[in-house]
Design a protein around this ligand. Structure first.
Ligand SMILES: Cc1cc2nc3c(=O)[nH]c(=O)nc-3n(C[C@H](O)[C@H](O)[C@H](O)COP(=O)(O)O)c2cc1C
Length: 331
């Protein structure tokens, strides 16, 4: 019967939240919290988990939240329900990033199954990829995925790509000189025992060709310096951009990023976000033709690589808030 709302059970929604936490986030900071109220799930930014040096405006935190929101939408859809959602539904609560409502039952389309099946297999890969080029039809599919979420994904020819990577390396070097950067990066990397941050095994080697700005996460002093490795000499690098640059656009960019990453994973591609050039305003301005009016939100390296393991996630009890309160956690 059309129009009948039969919401999923709370258990199903809890499961959808668990799935959403598989989303990527800046330094695996997992800067999100969720609250289930009936058939609605509220998605909050956790202010304590914003990286104050690297992300002073909270742009990358909201990109991470957007990635979680897209994953949540997909999980609800895969549970056999439609959903609708609002971004920043309450002007008085800026940390309430989205409210999503599961609505009527709906058959699960094969395309939804396929994309959702990619969620646990998507990982950031900071190792060399094969020298095989990514087919144009696959790149088209990734562009289409970004477009579905209201963003633009641009690829470049070799000259444009090399120029982008030069800027990215310059940004990487400048960022490393910022006061507090090393301390903040050390806080979020190098531990094998924490349920967040980038564990030592996920930290890639530097590129021996000094072309790709592999993020210089900090391991223990005992294991540094890491030996370099030869990365693919012709990497596929894409630029994700949005029409505007407001908070709502950062959430949009995050949703588009996750749709692109999952689509790439479905195609068997390895992926690595590159955000250093976006973190330095003077470089970010140079990434996109100014007359286009677009704002660059992320660079993305894609290719064929070996399988990487799953980085840790915080237990649900830490991210799922009890109904009605914001300070304690649900168990
Ligand atoms: C906004 C944002 C920026 C990121 N920037 C980088 C980056 O510059 N370099 C990098 O290696 N990974 C980057 N990542 C990937 C995260 O480090 C990664 O998602 C996180 O460590 C969790 O690991 P996973 O993607 O394997 O689940 C970024 C992710 C997001 C969402």
């Amino acid at each position: 019967m059309t129009g009948t709302i039969i919401p999923p059970t709370r258990d199903v929604l809890v499961d959808c939240v668990r799935t959403a936490t598989a989303a990527p986030s800046l330094h695996n900071s997992q800067p999100w919290q969720f609250r289930i109220r009936g058939s609605r799930i509220e998605v909050y930014a956790d202010p304590a988990r914003r990286l104050r040096v690297l992300d002073p405006d909270g742009r990358e935190q909201l990109i991470s939240l957007g990635a979680a929101l897209f994953t949540l939408r997909l999980a609800i859809r895969r549970s056999g329900h439609r959903s609708d959602y609002e971004v920043f539904p309450d002007a008085d609560r800026p940390d309430l990033v989205a409210r999503i409502r599961a609505t009527c039952p709906s058959p699960v389309l094969p395309a939804v199954e396929a994309l959702a099946a990619a969620i646990p297999h998507r990982h950031t890969n900071r190792w060399p990829f094969a020298r095989t080029a990514v087919p144009a039809a696959v790149l088209d599919h990734l562009r289409h995925a970004a477009g579905r979420e209201g963003a633009l994904l641009a690829s470049t020819g070799p000259a444009g790509r090399d120029a982008l990577l030069r800027l990215a390396r310059h940004a990487d070097q400048q960022i490393q000189k910022q006061p507090g950067y090393r301390e903040e990066c050390a806080h979020w990397s190098g531990s094998s025992s924490r349920p967040d941050g980038v564990p030592p095994w996920a930290i890639g080697p530097p590129d021996a060709y000094e072309m790709l700005p592999i993020r210089d996460f900090i391991e223990s002093a005992a294991t540094r310096p890491r030996p370099s490795d030869r990365f693919e000499p012709n990497p596929s690098v894409l630029v994700l951009a949005t029409q505007n640059d407001r908070r709502v656009d950062w959430v949009r960019a995050g949703q588009a990023l996750q749709r692109v990453l999952l689509t790439a994973t479905w195609h068997g591609l390895a992926t690595m976000p590159i955000s250093q050039p976006i973190e330095l305003p003077s470089v970010r301005r140079l990434l996109i033709e100014p007359t286009s009016g677009l704002s660059a939100q992320m660079l993305l390296r894609v290719g064929y690589g070996r399988t990487i393991g799953r980085t840790p996630r915080r237990p649900l009890a830490e991210v799922l808030l009890p109904t009605g309160r914001r300070t304690q956690n649900y168990r």
